[in-house]
Design a protein around this ligand. Structure first.
Ligand SMILES: *Cc1c(COP(=O)(O)O)cnc(C)c1O
Length: 826
């Protein structure tokens, strides 16, 4: 349903500059996600950290002609020398409000049922399951992935089209007052409140207030669905006096509209009996966990309200599948990178996954390949669907497509690139095509029935069964957590030294660069070179520049730290020899650590030396705290800040250009907000650990392995070297492929620590060996091949560092490089 640019200008009440007549089909808020420039309208949103308007010249280059922006941004653009011919600028007071207004107007055009889902957990699963349950009978539009925010919801609502017969949208809020805008856009007719938990608690006065805010989504609903057994929710529903009908479900109260009379958990499924409108029925789901049961009951209520026959509900419930939200990045054979996306296929999620693929391939200079199955249950005709797929794939510069399934194969002619088509996954596996892939970034995206895990198994590089899983989404959440403590203008250096505290520097650096951190910092030049070769373009500081690596630093634009006159003189000499001018360097001051750095009284001489040359230029000046994590040293820390303040001021006053000042590490950001100066340096906090109390913020890394063998060992026998593990009872002992050569410290052995097997504590028995160790699984239900968590969400790394009487930094950075790193993004 394209809109003319003029009609949009009217809807959002914009002043239009430009006369180009075009239609708009796509809304864009993130310049990196561009697919169809000509039909795109870009909203230049200003966030605390970024100005979308910065990307307008680049987007114009790439063919975008329509922009929404503020008057100030427009004035700024006019000052640049860019020529924007044949384009439209829609000037508004607030671009975010504008995109929301447009979504509201778009929503108004539809008289169809709209399901709005909110709650702390389970929104996305309920949405996906409802789609699965309802879409065979009607055309359903839904939010892609978990697009549920102030920006995500307008983009979701924009997906409503003429064919749509039902829509399902999620609404997520992190602060009070945010729901109103979401309600105006979604205007749900059916409301589902999944549950209320403690997520994002910090901004809420109380759980009750949070619940009331969430319920405001339902103010004009015809019906609301919720768990009546949750007292808080029941109470809030009563208090909020909604006019809607209620389908409250309850396992206790037979008087409630939907009474759940029985829940029987079996080995791998659950049988649920219910009474609705005086009728008793039963259905079964292939899950046994409580969260899945709750999610299925919310779905049940919605299906009943939409008058789906009970036998159809039963038939479809049993076929529900887990919802995979992750985009997983893995190392493939023959220098390939694999991106696995088993998320239910649809065009919007294909678009998101392709975007992710492009970003991973851009910098490494790898070819782009897509392995795609038939996209099921979209409600569109085969020809229309694959015409759109072909356009999308082409616009993303995909070099090769491998299609699997009868439908996509029938549209082979539409794809104008290297291509292979197969009717089934077995045919693909039997061909030579997978073996021919090399130096490619490969997106593997298939509906579950196509069993694409066979394909990724075939392509995956397998080295070792022990892996470190790194959650990039959690890292970004940590980044934002610390950003929220800063003044908007404070810049940030992210420390990716020591292989990003063990997490692996490239993927981490890449993700940080995407989130526009100002600087990355590594220890030595070689680490910086590796990042540059892999395509990282962000500014990089070298904390420990070797005298032998100056030329490398100039060649790769790696900015060294300078901490004494010896280094300074050598650097200036090398820079002059290479004909450099104004090469940026970072001056380190010693304010108490007494490790490296210029002292306060050396500043005048430092200034004289710096002024005597123009090969290098101080870009920043900094110092490092000794004990900012502990109140015990607060007087000392304040002393450091005072010295730094004074010394750096003297340096700054000697130069006319701005020299960035920074002293805070993670603990400093948390405890000395007044010492932010121009920039801060975030380290351990990025990786999820607060240095103050070792609390885990959002866990980033999980070290896991699998059980190789289990055996029964009699009482009094011993396990492992030197007969250290003597058994006091008949035991079941499991061997796992991780040892001290992988970074599992030998002092954790002999019962000093434990790992988790199926959620239960399994102590290490006997000495830890080089590559293997043994654990006691006597009372744990487990078998060979089961996964074992060394540390992760449920077993914080700090438990291990405490046993070892060290800091988590040491445990993290001690994980050997032979442990494969696997990255994923929620
Ligand atoms: C490692 C490092 C940091 C980061 O410290 P965290 O405690 O991990 O936040 C900051 N500044 C310098 C100079 C560092 O070497």
């Amino acid at each position: 349903m394209p809109y003319t640019i003029e009609s949009i200008a009217q809807i959002i009440n914009a002043r239009r500059v430009g006369t180009l007549e075009t239609n708009v089909d796509w809304l864009l808020t993130d310049s990196r996600s561009l697919s169809f420039p000509e039909e795109t309208l870009f909203f230049a949103l200003t966030t605390k950290r970024n100005r979308g308007a910065r990307y307008i010249p680049d987007l114009y280059e790439r063919g975008v002609r329509n922009f929404v922006l503020t008057q100030e941004d427009f004035n700024e653009l006019e000052k640049t020398n860019c020529q924007f011919v044949a384009s439209n600028f829609l000037i508004v007071a607030n671009p975010l409000k504008a995109i929301q207004k447009l979504a509201e107007q778009h929503r108004e055009k539809f008289q169809i049922p709209v399901i709005g889902i909110t709650g702390s957990n389970g929104k996305t699963i309920v949405k996906e399951w409802l789609h699965k349950l309802l879409s065979p009978d009607r055309i359903v539009v839904r939010s892609p992935r978990s697009y549920n925010s102030q920006i995500g919801v307008p983009l979701s609502v924009w997906q409503m089209n003429k064919e749509a017969e039902l829509a399902i949208f999620e609404a997520g809020i992190s602060e009070m007052g945010e729901m109103r805008a979401l309600q105006n856009m979604i205007k749900p007719t059916i409301g589902i409140l999944t549950n209320i938990g403690g997520a994002h608690q910090e901004n809420f006065f109380s759980l009750q207030e949070k619940c009331m805010e969430k319920l405001s989504l339902f103010k004009d609903c015809d019906v609301v669905i919720y768990n009546a057994d949750n007292e808080l929710i029941s109470m809030c529903v009563a208090k909020s006096m909604l006019t809607a009908r209620e389908i409250a479900w309850s396992c206790k109260d037979a008087e409630r509209p939907l009474y759940i009379s029985k829940i029987q958990k079996k080995e791998d499924h659950t049988v649920i009996s219910y009474r609705y409108l005086e009728m008793d029925n039963t259905f079964c789901i292939p899950f046994i966990d409580d969260a899945s049961i709750e999610n299925s009951l919310n779905c049940l209520a919605a299906c009943l309200y939409l008058m789906m026959p009970a036998d159809q509900i039963t038939e479809r419930m049993v076929r529900l599948e887990p919802v995979a939200m992750r985009l997983e990045v893995k190392e493939g054979k023959r220098n390939c990178v694999l991106i696995n996306d088993s998320y239910n296929s649809d065009l919007a999620s294909l678009d998101i996954a392709l975007d992710f693929l492009v970003r991973r391939s851009e910098t490494k200079g790898l070819q782009r390949t897509l392995i795609l199955s038939d996209i099921l249950e979209t409600g569109q005709s085969t020809t229309t669907l694959y015409r759109k797929v072909a356009q999308l794939v082409e616009s993303r510069g995909i070099n090769k497509i491998i299609g699997v399934g009868p439908e996509i194969s029938s549209c082979a002619a539409r794809f104008d690139m290297e291509k292979y088509f197969f009717h089934t996954t077995e045919e693909l596996m039997a061909s030579q095509v997978l073996k021919s892939l090399r130096d490619e970034v490969i997106l593997i995206k298939g509906a579950r029935s196509f069993k694409f895990d066979l394909v990724s198994d075939e392509l995956e590089l397998k080295v070792h069964e022990t892996i470190l899983e790194v959650n990039l989404g959690a890292m970004v959440a940590n980044l934002n957590h610390y950003r929220s403590m800063l003044h908007p203008e404070t810049k940030m250096v992210c420390m990716v030294k020591a292989s990003a505290y063990g997490a692996g520097s490239y993927e981490i650096a890449k993700t940080l660069q995407e989130h526009r951190v100002d600087y990355l910092a590594v220890a030595v030049a070689d680490e910086g070179v590796e990042l540059r070769k892999a395509g990282i373009t962000a500014s990089i500081i070298i904390m420990d520049p070797e005298l032998t690596a100056f030329k490398t630093m100039f060649d790769y634009k790696l900015e060294p730290e300078v901490y004494n006159f010896h280094l300074l003189d050598a650097l200036v000499k090398a820079a002059e020899k290479e004909g450099m001018t104004n090469f940026p360097v970072h001056i380190k001051l010693d304010t108490g650590m007494h490790r490296l750095g210029f002292s306060e009284k050396e500043i005048p001489l430092l200034i004289r030396r710096l002024k005597n040359q123009n090969a290098i230029i101080p870009r920043s000046v900094f110092s490092h705290f000794v004990g900012s994590d502990s109140p015990q040293f607060d007087t000392f820390t304040r002393g450091q800040i005072e010295i730094f303040e004074r010394a750096s001021k003297i340096l700054q006053e000697a130069f006319s250009h701005k020299i960035l000042r920074h002293i805070c590490n993670t603990a400093g950001i948390e405890r000395f907000p007044e010492a932010q100066f121009d920039m801060v340096r975030l380290g351990i906090g990025l990786y999820g650990i607060s240095p103050i109390d070792n609390a885990i913020i959002n866990n980033v890394s999980t070290l896991k392995t699998t059980i190789l063998q289990i055996r029964d060992v009699p009482e009094e026998d011993t396990v492992g070297y030197s007969r250290k593990g003597r058994l006091s009872r008949p035991s079941r002992i499991a061997a796992i492929p991780i040892g001290y050569a992988d970074g599992l410290n030998r002092h954790l052995g002999c019962g000093n620590a434990y790992c988790l097997v199926n959620g239960e504590k399994a102590p290490y028995v006997g000495n830890i060996c080089m590559d293997v160790c043994m654990i006691d699984v006597t009372n744990i239900d487990c078998q060979e091949g089961d996964s074992v968590i060394i540390f992760g969400d449920k077993l914080p790394i700090t438990v291990l560092s405490d046993v070892l009487e060290t800091i988590p930094y040491e445990v993290l950075t001690g994980i050997s490089t032979r442990v494969k790193r696997v990255y994923y993004q929620d």
